[in-house]
Design a protein around this ligand. Structure first.
Ligand code: ITT
Length: 183
């Protein structure tokens, strides 16, 4: 098994990376390193800058994930500010912002950066289209999962078993693309 470290403060992400990468032969260790996220317009810029900081600390063989929820009726908000919005508004606050809105479409985006010794760095992004449902539903997942349902799905991500969320989610797709590139 090849060892790789996931740099995150989010144990929900760790669980999803482990579930998806272990069957592909990767042992995913947790490295809860504090990395400063720059203010930028895109997830990719944040990831590239975080990778630079981590490399400067001489850390090797690592993965970073920066994600966000982009709500069309809010012109893409919270997007790159999703972490802040979850801490301040929470799922309830997001639902309030959408009260009376006809359009509830949204997408989760996930940008993954991977640095493995002896290989070129990989930075890639994937998305999952869907909508913000009317109320919070489900106990699984993390973050905005209780208010997001993928396109064509009645259940929210929080109502799905982890393997089903990973099969269609932004992160699940990003991990699959990463695994394809690493093969
Ligand atoms: P890091 O330490 O990895 O940065 P974080 O929780 O701050 O952890 P992000 O900045 O990437 O992660 O995520 C922005 C927010 O979007 C954060 O509050 C997450 O909980 C939420 N989020 C990301 N992926 C999600 C997912 O798959 N389902 C629900 N919410 C998600």
């Amino acid at each position: 098994m090849r060892k790789v470290q996931l740099i995150t403060s989010n144990l929900g992400k760790l669980k999803e990376f482990r579930a998806a990468l272990e069957p592909l032969g990767y042992d995913v260790a947790h490295l809860p390193l504090e990395v400063e996220e720059i203010q930028a317009d895109t997830l990719e810029e944040v990831v590239v800058d975080c990778m630079r900081q981590v490399r400067a600390l001489k850390v090797k063989d690592f993965i970073i994930d920066d994600s966000g929820l982009f709500v069309d009726a809010l012109k893409g908000f919270p997007g790159v500010y999703s972490s802040y919005a979850l801490r301040t508004l929470g799922c309830e606050g997001l639902l309030k912002l959408l009260e009376g809105a006809d359009k509830r479409t949204a997408r989760f985006e996930c940008c993954v950066g991977c640095s493995l010794e002896g290989r070129e760095d990989i930075v890639l992004s994937e998305a999952c289209e869907g909508r913000i449902v009317q109320g919070m539903r489900g106990q699984g997942g993390f973050g905005f999962d209780p208010v997001f349902a993928a396109k064509g799905e009645e259940r929210t991500f929080a109502e799905m078993p982890l393997d089903e969320k990973n099969a269609i989610s932004h992160r699940g797709k990003a991990i699959k693309s990463l695994a394809r590139q690493l093969r």
